[in-house]
Design a protein around this ligand. Structure first.
Ligand code: ADP
Ligand code: MG
Length: 321
């Protein structure tokens, strides 16, 4: 399998500040889901926004690395960090789509959802208005939004929908152009638990139906369990651990991922005393166990350079350089 999207050494900062994303490496293959997890502020959104170069620059500064997109349709390779504006607008929303946490901020309240969908479709696909309307209806149907009795669903406005339905509209919009990659940044954080599950199931189903690659970003480790193939744990702008999701959950190695797994509530386990990450870290045991296992000290913020150490096939942890 070869990667559809490969991030290497990505380093991003704002203005004169320290880098908020530092030397980030990950990749995702067609038909697979990579989960990017980590607490709020760890650099997940900056990483995702960098893929499509959506950060206003300045102040954002891409300080290093590459983001290689290999289009499974035709094999064309693009380094997104170096692509020109024309190439970027072709890829954005067309070959790589993104959905965000709060659909209301991405939907235009004064345009019907049909107008918005049709506009997106016509930017990326050569077709007339009528054909685009057909594609839009099909895209909405795919996410479970059906024609209504009174007239076309395309004439509805965003405020007529619930939060969960609006997120479905966003997914329809993202999927309408058959992207090779979907970046989903906290796609269900604003939704209640039941709706969360439905939207995640829908994303899984769309991924299976289309064979696209998905990057699922969440602060909630529990949410990605069972929904991702690989996981990449971020802490303070760094990747601290990366590997197959089942392995990382079953036996996290880096002290931060161990703390994160230990503190993540599980549906199949009665929550006992939920330790905080800080509690778990204050105890030096995990650091010592890491050193005993890996033979090097774990990287820790303030501890200087980090290097990624391969501890098993496909399994990487951050060690102090
Ligand atoms: P996450 O998505 O993991 O919660 P972000 O990627 O949004 O975190 O943010 C990572 C860090 O970058 C945070 O410290 C945040 O304050 C900083 N940051 C994000 N956007 C900007 C910006 N436009 N200007 C300055 N700092 C920013
Ligand atoms: Mg974020």
């Amino acid at each position: 399998m070869s990667a559809v999207l490969e991030v290497r050494g990505l380093t991003v900062g704002f203005g004169a500040g320290a880098s908020v994303v530092c030397d980030v490496d990950w990749s995702v293959d067609a038909g697979r889901t990579l989960a990017v997890v980590g607490e709020s502020g760890s650099g997940k959104s900056v990483t995702a926004m960098s893929v499509l170069r959506l950060l206003a620059s300045p102040p954002a500064e891409y300080r290093g690395g590459s983001i290689r997109f290999t289009d499974p349709d035709g094999g064309r390779v693009t380094d997104l960090l170096r692509a020109d504006a024309r190439e970027l607008s072709r890829i954005r929303g067309g070959r790589i789509a993104m959905i965000f946490q709060e659909p209301m901020t991405s939907l235009n309240p004064v345009m019907s959802i049909g107008e918005q969908l049709i506009e997106t479709i016509r930017v990326h696909q050569e077709c007339g208005a009528r054909e685009a309307a057909g594609i839009a209806e099909k895209a909405l149907d795919d996410v479970g939004i059906r024609k209504r009795a009174g007239g076309s669903i395309l004439r509805a406005y965003p405020h007529e929908f619930s939060g969960g339905m609006r997120q479905r509209v966003m997914i329809a919009m993202a999927m309408a152009c058959h992207p090779a990659v979907l970046l989903a940044d906290e796609p269900t954080t604003a939704l209640d638990v039941t709706t969360q599950r439905q939207v995640l199931d829908l994303l899984d189903e769309r991924k299976r139906a289309t064979g696209m690659a998905m990057v699922l970003i969440s602060h909630d480790l529990g949410l990605v369990r069972g929904r991702a193939d690989e996981v990449c744990v971020m802490y303070r702008g760094r990747v601290v651990e990366r590997g197959a999701v089942a392995e990382v959950f079953a036996g996290p190695i880096h002290p931060y991922s161990r703390a994160l797994v230990a503190c993540s509530p599980r549906i199949d386990r009665k929550p006992g005393r939920l330790a905080t990450i800080d509690d778990a870290m204050a105890d030096g045991t995990m650091m010592r166990e890491f050193e005993a296992r890996v033979g090097k000290r774990a990287w820790w913020p303030g501890g200087g350079e980090a290097l990624m150490e391969c501890v098993a096939p496909g399994r990487w942890v951050a060690v102090a350089g």
